[in-house]
Design a binder for this molecule. Sequence first.
Ligand code: SAH
Length: 340
Amino acid sequence: MNIYGKSLEDLEKYFTDIGEKKFKAIQVYDWLYKKRVNSFDEMSNIKKSVIEKLKEDFDMDKLSILKVQSGKDVHKYLFGLADGQKVEAVLMNHDYGNSLCVSTQVGCNMGCAFCESGRLKKVRNLETYEMVLQVLMAEAELGCRISHVVLMGIGEPFDNYDNVMRFIDIINSDYGMAIGARHITVSTCGIVPKIREFTKEKRQVNLAISLHAPNDELRSKLMRINKVYPLKDVMAAVRDYLKVTNRKVTFEYIMLKGINDSDECALELASLIRGMTAYVNLIPYNETSHIEFKKTDKDKIMDFYDILKKSKINVTVRREFGSEVSAACGQLRSNFEEEK
Ligand code: SAH
């Protein structure tokens, strides 16, 4: 059992169960996440017998860093897991802080046509500690604080729901990394029952929906999940989310040349989300060598943007990061697997 997978609550219960005071959990968190020690023996305010018990019950093994690629304002990490699997995380320097894009699964089964991650099918879910360590180790490697976390790396977060929620609890804890809930964004391709479950939790975490098309015909061609949960179900779940939580939602929309970037698509998108407290984030497609989609030209992206703006939709164009370091979701891992 890796200690980095334990929420503060889990550890409090652990200490109570072994007949110790539950505040020890806070002390251990302090050593793990504030002082960042690498062994239980360094936890000097915890008595020897408890240290021994901790050593018996937990390990604090790290991931290995197999590769770091850096470009302007972007660092990409390829992590090796204990069983030999690999995942990626991408750190981006923004003017508002550093954000880390974290993976949630090894591979992905959602099968979106444009996405590199899905080319290699899901091998397994990531354990909570494997997500926590992506953040801790990227911080250590870079020597700076990560202020924002986006769950937009390899995998579908809502297909690994419980581990992902515990991960969020850990990085959000004031006694842990204290990354504010509003600085954490979970992105889903639209697994409706999980959007509904997430709604009930009333977390302050941001929700992003990968939309990528304004109608079922096109969306089903791009995203297999749309055949299971069509747009009207996704939009109904999002409407309920907005009503219950009083928050905003972000719709991600990758701009694919000649596929979903026409004026008609922009108008259709505007009418789909009109009246919702929502942002549209237009994403310049990160071309990969394996997939035939091309990115929409800058001018055309701006035309699309203008149409949405004129329709009174909140819209931004995502800054491009890391095409020089193959930062497209899943690219480093799949290139690496092929080089072998
Ligand atoms: N499975 C989740 C989160 C991982 S993907 C989801 O679908 O939202 C994170 C975002 O990156 C998604 O919006 C996804 O569609 C997008 N994406 C995938 N491949 C991309 C590429 N080559 N260029 C740009 N964005 C990409």
